[in-house]
Design a protein around this ligand. Sequence first.
Ligand SMILES: Cc1cc2nc3c(=O)[nH]c(=O)nc-3n(C[C@H](O)[C@H](O)[C@H](O)COP(=O)(O)OP(=O)(O)OC[C@H]3O[C@@H](n4cnc5c(N)ncnc54)[C@H](O)[C@@H]3O)c2cc1C
Length: 389
Amino acid sequence: MGGLTAALAVHKQGMTPHVFEQSTDIKEVGAGLQIGPNGSHVLRALDVLDSVAARAFRPQAAEMRFGPTGQQIFCFPLGAEIEARHGAPYLHIHRADLHQELAATLERRVPGALHLGASVAGFEQERTGTRLILKDGTTVAGDVLIGADGIHSKVREGLFGPAKPRFTGNTAWRATVPAARVRENLIPPNATVWAGPHGHVVTYYLRGGELINIVGVREAREWQDESWTTPGNKQDLLDDFAPWCAEIQELLRAVNADTCFKWALHDREPMENWSSGRVSLLGDACHPTLPFLAQGAAMAIEDAYVLARSLAQCVEAPEQGLQAYQAARMERTAKVQLGSRANSRFFHKSGVLSQGLTYGPVWLAGKFAPGFIASQLDWLYGEDVTRKA
Ligand SMILES: Cc1cc2nc3c(=O)[nH]c(=O)nc-3n(C[C@H](O)[C@H](O)[C@H](O)COP(=O)(O)OP(=O)(O)OC[C@H]3O[C@@H](n4cnc5c(N)ncnc54)[C@H](O)[C@@H]3O)c2cc1C
C-alpha cells in the first residue's frame, strides 16, 4: 500500500518512480482495511478515490459493544456525517481491491514502473545517488531509495542494523465470511468492536456489503510458531471467543476453515531517525502500528503524499527533502503507534470492576454527550496532509 501510493504521489510531482516488490503477483490475504477520511484525502489528491470507493463499503457508524453480551457501549456516526465533518469518506476496502486499484493505476500512468518478483537484498549509496541490490544480483541506480517494505524491512536493517520487533502479547485472527452465509442484519453495517476479557473482535462489511470482515484479537503469552502468519485452526478460533455473544458465535461458525489465518502482532518503539543521505523509510518499515486504531495503512498513505511533496520542494538536494519529510511525519505517526497500543488495554478489560469503571463513564458520555466521543478522534480523521504547505 505505502510503496504503490508513494509511486503515484512522486509521479504526480513530476518524478519517475520504480517499485520493486518481492511477490510475483499482486495478491493479498483475504482481509479488509478501514481507511478514514485522512487516508481518503490522499487517495482523492492522487485521483484514485472514486475507483477505490466504488469497490468499498461505507459504514454507517463506529461503535463499541461489550462482546460477551453484545450491549452497545458507544456509537458515533460515520457515513455522510463524517464525510461532512472532515470532507472525505470513511471506507472499508478489501486489501486486494486496494492493491489492485493502486497497481493498475500506476501501470496505466507509468507503464513498466512496477517490478514484480524483485526481492531486495540490500543497497549502497553514494553522494549523488543510490544503488538497489536485488536478490538475483541485479543492481538498479536511482536518485533516492525509499524502503516501504513493511515491518521486516531490509532497507531499515541496512540503514540502522538488525533489530527484532517486539511481540505485543496479542495474536490476531483474520477471516472473511460471505454476508449471504449468515442471517440478514446479524452484523451491524458499522465498524464494530466487540470488546471483552483478554481480547476483542472487530466486524465490518466489504465490497458493497457482500463480505463480512472479521479480526479477532486475543492475548497470548508467547508466539511459538516461527512463522508470523499461520493458517489457523477454526476450532481454536471458536474456543478463543467462546465467551462472546450469540451473534459472534454465529458469525464465527460461518467462517470457512480453509480461510482463517492467525497473525502475531508485533510493533516497535517510535524511531528517532528514518533517513540517512538519500535513503529513507515509509509506512510499517519505520512505524509498525498495531491495528487497534485501524490506521497503519492510512499512515503509510499519508507518508507517501508528504514524502513526494517534500522531495519536489528540494529537487536539487533530496537529502534535505527526506529530512523535511521525516520531520513532518514523526510526531503524528508516533502518536498513532502509541495510541494504538493503548487501545488494546481499553478493549481488553477482564474483571467486572475494571469493565464497569472503564466502560461505564464512556457509556454515559455516549448517551448524554454523543458528539464528545467523535470529537476525541478529530485529531486523527481531521488531518488532511494534502492541504498543508
Ligand atoms: C489484523 C490487522 C488489521 C489491520 N487493519 C488495518 C485497518 O483497518 N486500517 C489500517 O489503516 N491499517 C490496518 N492494519 C495495518 C496495515 O495492514 C499496515 O500498517 C500496512 O499494511 C502497512 O503498509 P506498508 O505498505 O507500510 O507495508 P506492507 O503492507 O507490509 O507492505 C510491504 C511490502 O513490501 C514487500 N517487501 C517486503 N520485503 C521486501 C523485499 N526484501 N523486497 C521486495 N519487496 C519486499 C512485501 O511483500 C509487501 O508487499 C492492520 C494490520 C493488521 C495486522
